[in-house]
Design a protein around this ligand. Structure first.
Ligand SMILES: [Zn+2]
Length: 98
């Protein structure tokens, strides 16, 4: 029987998908502008985006959260996330034989 652990669910501000918090990346709108907050501990107005969906880093979608700072945030996300290894891309686990 799977134990029903409490998993915090957050909503992506861009695509509105609801996902476990651990699967999302926190972004914060601070005084110095939008920041990416991988630790989830920065103060400020926070939101979440999908780190694995480039369409969620679109400035138009981020505008809802970041307003005029959306282009800045979109760029920061692209710079950061484009260099991260995408889960599931590197390891090609095809049909598991044996
Ligand atoms: Zn999303």
């Amino acid at each position: 029987m799977p134990t029903a652990k409490h998993i915090p669910i957050r909503q992506c501000v861009a695509c509105r998908a609801r996902r476990p918090k651990a699967e999302l990346l926190r972004i914060v709108l601070g005084q110095d502008g939008p920041q990416i907050d991988p630790t989830g501990r920065k103060p400020g107005r926070g939101a979440y985006v999908c780190p694995d969906k480039p369409e969620c880093w679109n400035e138009k979608k981020l505008r809802r959260f970041a307003g005029a700072k959306a282009p800045e945030l979109a760029q920061a996300l692209q710079v950061l996330l484009a260099h991260l290894p995408q889960p599931g891309q590197s390891q090609s686990s095809k049909s598991s034989h044996t």
